[in-house]
Design a protein. Structure first.
Lengths: 357, 315
């Protein structure tokens, strides 16, 4: 009989080792689908590494991809910490982007240092407003927020499509459903010449630090963690768990909304229906790999971004479908969950017939 | 308004509603079995995708249609086993694991499809299930064409609802499954294995979900498309709550939902572009959320849903 026995103390070395082991395991397991696809393994991994980190340009592409993942990873990490299951970061990202193009395509004539914060403010508010729906339904009617936040992703995507074919459609867009471009004053500056890395990355890193400080050092953060780890104790200590949940929901939605603004104003310039290749869902993986730690999110977002960017190169080099990236990332998520068990429990092998005590 | 009356009194409308409901019947039934045993299965969206892809691929490679359904069921059971092992003996978060299963099953399906067809402009097709008329019944006026000229998997879905309802309500196995979801310690004290029951229920439920996915590629359509599941799995999760975890009500809920969806499509056509079509397409999702809100006050979740069972430990 194999039994799991809780460890008395969680070693911090193990908590850091767990995601690293999971990430390596996921990359190693990617060999199986690569083998099935008939790709030469050495060349495939080399192409992946070079494509993600092998040159200044590759690194810049990875950092560009890291930016939205930090925002959505933070959004998920904050929510999951309070056991609020926000799976709607994808939708919140899109309403954030929508708000940015509403405000930023000529509605307001202002210099950059006014307009850019305004765009992020609008996007954050839009994301928060969207997440207020599942959070409110959870608190008011105890409706499971997983399903509502997931279903809202589909509603939002259809809404975006409706806006892009209707009021927000670019008349110069040659019939494509896309918005007008963000005005120059609202466009985020590029950080490195001849690359696509933009100032959104700075904001993402800044937010990670802020979220870390709030979670680790303030009453807000303490309450969030308390509600997540032991809601009845939190209530007993006089905290209003609903207020904490609502606050967490709004902050989480806002963070995901910022991802949308950053992508539109920093990278794409205008809004299309394929702005995000699932950044909201990847945010779940990023947050879990980070152990829900805000600074860890930066590292895991970089890892997930590298997998995606590297897989694109690998796909071109050895002709493997780029879905290999999604596959690797999904395995990484499951692997980190399993690795987490090993940090919390000891595996004991018991002789058959021995009594449980 | 007379439009609306014309629409819902047409036999073709009800026939379409039942067709749309079929994958949801499978999905809701499968999820219901998992949840009755105490395990939330958010892998459903991915298992639908895997069932749709593997069933279709089997037939495309020369298998017959029922072999396709069987392969889909086995693939579904496989992902179910993975979900169950991670959430039952290891006791991992059912939410996060389920989402992980969805990401894994979806990407594995897309990856496999892309390996088989690296660059196809139009998806390859197969010869799908044809409608079967039930002798005698299908000649009935109105009811005949509405109910009794469906494809075989639809009849199978209804049959499965009856079987599952019977097993859950009337057999010792059903009692044991329900008890694992309500009071696992009691099951354990009877000398039954909670792990075994839960793992078995999740595998069976996942197999049924996957068959629902295969209905889309083997019956409703004749090809596999990316993003074709389009949230049907999540809708099933809402329908389980709506159905109060009862197979009969799950059937009714799925049919009601199918009727609304069929109505939405027809209204969209009869409005002729006066209202943006996206608003109609939103209806199924909005409706699911509303159903959850309406039922939430009465929702009696299985007591031990999402609570891992650890032998010898009181929860």
């Amino acid at each position: 009989m194999i039994r799991l026995e809780p460890r008395q103390e969680r070693s911090s070395a193990l908590s850091i080792a767990a995601p690293v082991v999971a990430a390596i395991a996921a990359l190693a397991l990617a060999a199986i689908p690569l083998f099935i696809a008939g790709a030469p393994l050495g060349a495939a991994y080399a192409a992946m590494f070079n494509g993600a980190l092998g040159s200044q340009f590759a690194l810049a592409e990875t950092l560009t991809r890291t930016t939205p993942l930090i925002f959505t990873g933070l959004a998920v990490a904050v929510a999951f910490r309070a056991r609020l299951w926000n799976i709607g970061a994808e939708g919140q990202l899109y309403v954030g982007a929508l708000a940015a193009v509403v405000v930023g395509t000529g509605m307001i004539d202002a210099p950059g240092f006014v307009l850019i914060p305004l765009l992020f403010l609008a996007g954050g508010l839009a994301g928060a407003a969207l997440m207020a729906v599942p959070t409110g339904l959870k608190l008011k009617f105890s409706v499971d927020e997983v399903v509502t936040s997931l279903l809202l992703n589909f509603v939002v995507l259809l809404f975006v499509s409706m806006m892009l074919e209707g009021p927000l459609k670019d008349p110069m867009g040659l019939g494509w459903p896309q918005s007008e471009a963000i005005v120059d004053e609202g466009t985020l500056p590029v950080l490195m010449a001849r690359t696509r890395v933009h100032a959104g990355l700075i904001l993402a890193l800044f937010m990670a630090v802020i979220v870390h400080i709030v979670m680790a050092r303030t009453v807000w953060g303490f309450e969030t963690r308390a509600v997540g780890s032991n809601p009845s104790a939190a209530r007993f200590a006089g905290m209003s768990t609903s207020m904490v949940m609502l606050r967490v929901g709004l902050v989480s939605g806002a963070l995901a909304g910022l991802a949308g603004v950053s992508e539109v104003a920093g990278l794409k310039g205008y809004l299309t229906q394929d702005l995000s290749p699932g950044f909201g869902y990847s945010g779940i993986v990023v947050a879990m790999l980070a152990g829900l730690h805000p600074l860890g999110v930066v590292v895991s977002a970089f890892f997930v971004a590298a997998v995606f960017v590297g897989a694109d190169s690998m796909s071109r080099a050895v002709g493997v479908p780029s879905y290999i990236a999604n596959l690797t990332v999904a395995v990484a998520l499951l692997a980190v969950l399993v690795a987490g068990v090993l940090t919390r429990y000891r595996i004991r092998i018991q002789k058959p017939g021995a009594r449980n005590v | 308004m007379s439009d609306l009356f014309d629409i819902i009194t047409a036999a073709a409308f009800w026939s379409a509603a039942i067709r749309i409901a079929t994958p949801l019947i499978f999905g809701t039934l499968g999820e219901l079995i998992c949840e009755r045993a105490g395990v939330l299965n958010l892998g459903i969206e991915g298992i639908f995708t895997a069932g749709a892809m593997s069933g279709w691929m089997t037939v495309y490679l020369g298998g017959d249609l029922w072999t396709g359904v069987l392969v889909a069921a086995l693939v579904g059971a496989g992902f179910g086993l993975l979900h169950a092992v991670l959430t039952v003996p290891l006791g991992l978060s059912q939410h996060v694991t389920g989402l992980g299963i969805t990401l894994l099953a979806t990407s594995a399906s897309y990856f496999t499809y892309r390996i088989a067809f690296p660059n196809v402009s139009s998806p390859p097709r197969i010869e799908p299930f044809q409608p079967i008329s039930i002798p005698g019944l299908s000649d009935l006026p109105f009811i005949g064409p509405a109910l009794f000229q469906q494809t075989p998997l639809t009849y199978f879905a209804v049959f499965l609802v009856i079987v599952v309802a019977y097993i859950l309500a009337r057999t010792p196995l059903g009692l044991a499954i329900r008890a694992s979801g309500e009071n696992p310690a009691a099951v354990d004290s009877q000398g039954l294995s909670v792990y075994g029951l839960r793992i078995g229920a999740v595998m069976a439920g996942s197999a049924i979900m996957a068959v629902g996915g295969s209905f889309l590629t083997l019956s409703a359509f004749n090809a596999f498309f990316f993003e074709m599941i389009a949230g049907r799995g999540w809708i099933c999760i809402a329908l389980v709550v709506f159905a109060s975890w009862k197979p009969g009500k799950a059937l009714l809920g799925a049919l009601l939902f199918g009727a609304f969806d069929a109505l939405q499509v027809r209204l969209q056509q009869s409005m002729g572009g006066a209202i943006p079509y996206q608003l109609f397409l939103m209806l199924p999702y909005v409706l699911s959320i509303l159903a959850l809100v309406i039922m939430s006050r009465r929702a009696a979740y299985p007591n031990a849903l999402m609570i891992p069972f650890i032998k010898g430990q009181r929860s």
